[in-house]
Design a protein around this ligand. Sequence first.
Ligand code: CTP
Length: 413
Amino acid sequence: MTEVTDKSVLLIISGGIAAYKSLELIRLIKKGGGSVRCILTKGGEQFVTPLSVSALCEEQAYTDLWSLKDETEMGHIRLSREADVIIIAPASANLIAQMAQGRADDLASTALLASDKPALIAPAMNVRMWENPATKANIEKLKEYGHTIIGPTEGDMACGEYGMGRMLEPEEIFVAITGALEQPLPKKKLTGKTALVTSGPTYEAIDPVRFIGNRSSGKQGHAIATALQQAGADVTLVTGPVNIPDPAGVKTIHIQTAAEMLKACEDTLPADIAVCAAAVSDWAPKQHEQKIKKRGDSSAPNIELSENPDILKTISNHKNRPEIVIGFAAETENLEENGQAKLAKKGCDIILANLVAQDGAEVFGTDQNQVSCITASAVDNWAPMTKSAIAKKLTDTIINALNQTETLKSAAE
Ligand code: CTP
């Protein structure tokens, strides 16, 4: 069983060289046990044929708004209404503009206008088209309408230029689809809010080949960035070196050291929400320019360490302090007591405290976690759940906390 088993996906392929990747996406969904119905725009048909699409979907490809046969067998309204999730990949600048304007001049735009659910949109276009203010405004409008934009990413383009505009890889789009199916896309309660999330470890160089690091996988921090983005927030993720992909639709900044993480975070402020989930190295070695050599007398070198900046504490006490600041506490004993002490010491609003070594239980790198949500007035022990479920529950907690502050503010006015 996978998240797509027995689910029906409506895939809209519009014009772009990336359309060939959508054939692989169909294969992934079918392999996962889902069904795919596909609408090809006139532009899409220039890049992949209805025949190859229908062979992979095992169903005809829909191309024509005015086809009497298609309309009697499967009306354009049913096409979007019967789908569990709608994905547009590639989404061309033209289809994005059609959607932003609410146009219905071909089958794809009509099915989207007649739809009763938000869509996942995977743009693909030339970098200048992506950066054009008209496209930017259209994208903002689609976000306001509740759609989720996944990608694009940066890279070499088919047109020979380099920049933002490459469609996400089929595997990444598939992950976004499973995420959307796991739980219906949350209502866009964080639209208009900005969020800063830190994730992963930091690496502090000892010399050009060695470093001090830790075993953080980044899974929890990345899941939080995804959940906040899915709730409508404009998210910046600052991450240390990890082996997982950048979350779709999230501006991701890659850093190595705690000092670089702090700079990227301060550059991102002001923000409405900050979640520090990174496992920041507490110390950095005095760096050696050259590789430290063995001395030949069995003695080991002394590595001089200095304390790293505390990013959570700095953000909590910053002149541009976000309205809500959340930290984690990785503890090996006295969870509540240490969590509460950390809340006060760092000056944040919520600490999610977890035991990182209990009865041999492994947290680093796994998909499961168990946390206690600690505020100045309460401790709430959350049941064990997946890191992605924790991320969603934390997002709900953030939404409630922001609503409370807004209610208090308007009562005071
Ligand atoms: N943190 C941070 N910058 C640091 C150290 C920690 O932003 N230099 C943040 C982490 O992202 C986490 C929280 O502070 O949200 C607590 O991290 P943790 O490692 O549990 O605590 P420390 O502050 O390092 O304290 P100690 O190791 O003494 O428990």
